[in-house]
Design a protein around this ligand. Structure first.
Ligand SMILES: Cc1cc2nc3c(=O)[nH]c(=O)nc-3n(C[C@H](O)[C@H](O)[C@H](O)COP(=O)(O)OP(=O)(O)OC[C@H]3O[C@@H](n4cnc5c(N)ncnc54)[C@H](O)[C@@H]3O)c2cc1C
Ligand SMILES: Cc1cc2nc3c(=O)[nH]c(=O)nc-3n(C[C@H](O)[C@H](O)[C@H](O)COP(=O)(O)O)c2cc1C
Length: 747
């Protein structure tokens, strides 16, 4: 094959060496606009896993690389005059110049035609004259831009500026330094890459960068200013630049990675924020996968190999990008955590990408985790088994059974199904068991199967359930009250979620504005006038009174998921021109009136929470800033905690699903406002629950579907963590099963 490679970074060079090594008959030419000795940046971190991959693929490169690595285990976090050290991490780094030098030598030895100091020819020309064109031309890839229609790139520029510098200071750990300055917070990421050289990245929010005057400084002035700011750390050691500039990190994604015989590799295809140290690793792993795919499909058209390469790499890259985005956003919002105690800030930083967890950290450094646990409650007590107080209610642990509609009631009355369903989950060990959305009127139901609290038999049915929970379990039981608004009169979930009921089975809908959930499919609701709003508010208070009489410990007002009150909060569904629409205070007015009225009749000692959709995941809708303001308003009116969900407000939402994907919203509310939060959504392991709590990203964690999978989720979490304290009690009837079933004979 005739192969053209544009770009002599680690991705391009490593690919060229591997493909030539795999088949010396290939004619491989690489263009690099810089001279061989030029390099930007200083050290790169590679994991043992990447090095293992290199060892298998090319022992020559591995041998040359391996003995020049700086290796270390610790992460030191310097914040508010304190230092927290977590060990056992296992890092290895080397200088980028050395890495490139080794790869260049290897390419030369294998006979790759290296053309340094030469701009690559246009891609159209290369694509005609070669069987394959590998675009490894970095984050600013001209190939990607030229073929944007085929690759469909998405570039997202982020909110911090950073500069990449070098130092001769001997660093013996990954070092994070947080500096509070008159301009705002700045952070330094530092790591060694040889015995006497280290990389230093200084990063801050764009507005802080401007206030500090960095936008008007050249490289030399920036270096001098950074030396002054971080003088304590540097202890007189100078910082060095290498054509260093202040950059805003850009996350690069492409919908396709190849077009005909042209393929993207490394930063040209995807970027991952430097704080998880993966860019070089991803580029080199791409190179390996592409070389392997070409070899495995050598008898097939080149497109087959390119498709196999993309299929193999895309999921790995996307997963790394999700972790990198979480890490990047954590650093962007670092200021919101400065109110946390130092130990918690440090734990939060270590677990920021949601990849490293409480349990991972315990394996790496048990003493570090024990010290953090001791600060939180008691060393050896998993954070999830610590109590939490909301007004007069003390929950025995931090696990909540999230509200889940079962669509199984007749005329709103909860029956044996609801008793067994909620009763089983109360016996299963959670601290708080929430009902599904209980509707304040027949017209406020989502489906004919929804439960209600508007008739005497409803109150009696619910009292039977709360009595069971109180008499037979240590759980508290909460009532979620809501009204369906424009999402009402639909079929049971398993007969068609959000699908309107046929003809006469439906009922007229009301909402903030006369906008159908799905125009042409769902009914157009009638816009509520002041009288009908008052009537609905009164329905909420009547239901709240019945709920108190029925014995519920907590009341949650459902202001999420596009139902009636949520419909008032979102600008996408509230187009009113009276005092109940317009800006956020206007949109909040009716939900707050309902909250106040309910709070008034709900017993003083019993807490109230509010569930919100913290983002609409849609253009022009609410986002995190609005969520913080909505939470602030409800907290000011007496909400004891905010239950932070997202979305389901409009059908054209584009949620960014992923592990615990809604928790950053809960985190922002908790840490910016100091208001307790319930985090929810795609949290499924007890390790994640412990991590969220210890990092101070949530006060309580609600799990929905995991409780459908396993009603005894909390009991099992206790057994798996060998926890036997007061945070959960195995029902006496079940104690014989309180350990994992034995699989063999034991002494
Ligand atoms: C501050 C910072 C810290 C980082 N730290 C780490 C780390 O610790 N660990 C890690 O794994 N990664 C790290 N990275 C990421 C890493 O630098 C990149 O992800 C990696 O270099 C990508 O390799 P690449 O080969 O795809 O692209 P690059 O290394 O960017 O190489 C692209 C090459 O193409 C050349 N080129 C571009 N266009 C043309 C053209 N038209 N003609 C000829 N040549 C061209 C460029 O000159 C360049 O040499 C960091 C990045 C930054 C910004
Ligand atoms: C079957 C089902 C019914 C649900 N019904 C409700 C509900 O009545 N009220 C509510 O606020 N959320 C409801 N939800 C959302 C859950 O409370 C929870 O927020 C969501 O499932 C995400 O958490 P998970 O990933 O742990 O399941 C429901 C979810 C499911 C799966």
């Amino acid at each position: 094959m005739r192969i053209a490679v544009t770009g002599g970074g680690p991705g391009g060079l490593y690919f060229a060496a591997l493909v030539k090594q795999g088949d010396p008959a290939h004619e491989v030419t690489l263009w690099e606009r810089n001279a061989p000795g030029d390099t930007f940046g200083f050290g790169v971190v590679l994991s043992d896993e990447t090095l293992g991959g290199i060892e298998d693929a090319d022992p020559v490169v591995h041998r040359a690389l391996a003995d020049g690595f700086a290796r270390w285990d610790d992460i030191d976090i310097h914040v508010s005059g304190q230092v927290f050290t977590s060990g056992g991490h296992g890092f290895a780094a080397t200088s980028r110049a050395r890495l490139l030098g080794i790869l260049q030598d290897r390419c030369r030895d294998l006979g790759v035609d290296l053309r340094f100091g030469t701009e690559a020819p246009p891609v159209a020309e290369l694509a005609c004259g070669h069987d394959l064109v590998v675009a490894a031309d970095g984050v600013g890839s001209a190939t990607r831009t030229e073929r944007a229609e085929a690759f469909r790139p998405g570039l997202r520029r982020h909110r911090c500026r950073y500069i990449w510098l070098g130092t001769d200071l001997h660093l013996d750990a990954f070092r994070f330094e947080v500096l509070q300055t008159e301009h705002g917070v700045m952070q330094l990421h530092g790591y060694p890459y040889s015995a006497d050289a280290g990389t230093v990245i200084v990063e801050m929010r764009e507005e802080v960068w401007r206030r500090a005057g960095f936008d008007r400084m050249d490289e030399r002035q920036s270096i001098a200013a950074c030396e002054k700011l971080f003088a304590d750390l540097l202890a007189g050691h100078p910082l060095r630049g290498n054509d260093s500039r202040w950059i805003a990190f850009t996350t690069v994604r492409n919908e396709r990675w190849y077009d005909g015989n042209v393929v993207l590799l490394g930063d040209a295809a995807h970027t991952a924020h430097f704080s998880i140290g993966s860019g070089t690793k991803l580029a080199m792993e791409d190179a390996l996968a592409l070389a392997a795919a070409l070899r495995e499909h050598r008898d097939q058209p080149v497109a087959t190999a390119l498709a196999a390469y993309e299929a193999e790499r895309r999921p790995v890259v996307e997963s790394t990008q999700r972790a990198a985005t979480a890490s990047l956003e954590w650093f962007e919002n670092l200021g919101q955590y400065l109110g946390q105690p130092g130990w918690q800030f440090a734990f939060n930083l270590l677990t920021r990408s949601r990849r490293i967890t409480h349990d991972n950290l315990r394996l790496r450094d048990p003493a570090y985790v024990a010290a953090a646990e001791a600060e939180f409650a008691e060393a050896g007590t998993p954070p999830m088994f610590t109590p939490f107080r909301l007004r007069g209610l003390t929950l025995r642990n931090r696990v909540v059974v999230s509200p889940m509609d079962m669509y199984s009631a007749t005329d709103g009355t909860p029956d044996d199904f609801h008793l067994v369903h909620l009763g089983a989950r109360a016996l299963g060990g959670a601290g708080l068991v929430m009902t599904e959305m209980v509707c304040v009127s027949a017209e406020g139901r989502i489906t004919p199967g929804c439960t209600g609290m508007y008739a005497p038999e409803h109150e009696a049915g619910w009292r039977r359930i709360t009595s069971f929970v109180h008499e037979r379990s240590g759980a508290a039981v909460g009532l979620q009250l809501g009204h369906s608004g424009r999402k009402g009169a639909t079929r049971l979930m398993w007969e068609g979620m959000d699908q309107p009921l046929p003809g006469e089975q439906g009922w007229p809908l009301v909402a903030a504005s006369p906008l159908a959930y799905r125009p042409g499919l769902n009914q157009v609701p009638e816009e509520l006038d002041a009288d009908r709003m008052r009537a609905i508010r009164d329905r909420f208070t009547a239901s709240a009174r019945m709920g108190a009489a029925a014995g519920f410990d907590l009341l949650e007002l459902h202001c999420a998921h596009g139902y009636l009150l949520s419909g008032f909060l979102s600008p996408l569904t509230n187009r009113r021109t009276d005092g109940y629409g317009g800006d956020l205070p206007g949109r909040l007015r009716f939900p707050l009136e309902v909250f106040d009225a309910v709070r008034e009749v709900w017993p003083e000692q019993r807490p109230m929470t509010v569930r919100i959709s913290a983002t609409d995941w849609a253009e022009g809708g609410n986002g995190v800033e609005e969520a913080v303001e909505i939470a602030r308003a409800f907290a000011a009116h007496g909400a004891d905690a905010i239950d932070v969900s997202t979305g389901q407000v409009t059908p054209d939402e584009r949620p960014e699903y992923g592990r615990s994907y809604q928790t950053p919203f809960a985190d922002a509310i908790r840490n910016r406002l100091g208001v307790p939060v319930i985090a929810v959504g795609a949290v499924s392991s007890w390790d994640d629950v412990n991590s969220l709590l210890l990092a101070g990203r949530a006060d309580l964690v609600a799990l929905g579907r995991p409780h459908l999978y396993d009603p005894h989720w909390t009991l099992h979490a206790a057994a798996e963590q060998a926890y036997a304290g007061p945070g959960v009690d195995w029902p006496v009837q079940y104690r014989a099963g309180s350990r994992r079933p034995q699989t063999g004979r034991r002494l």
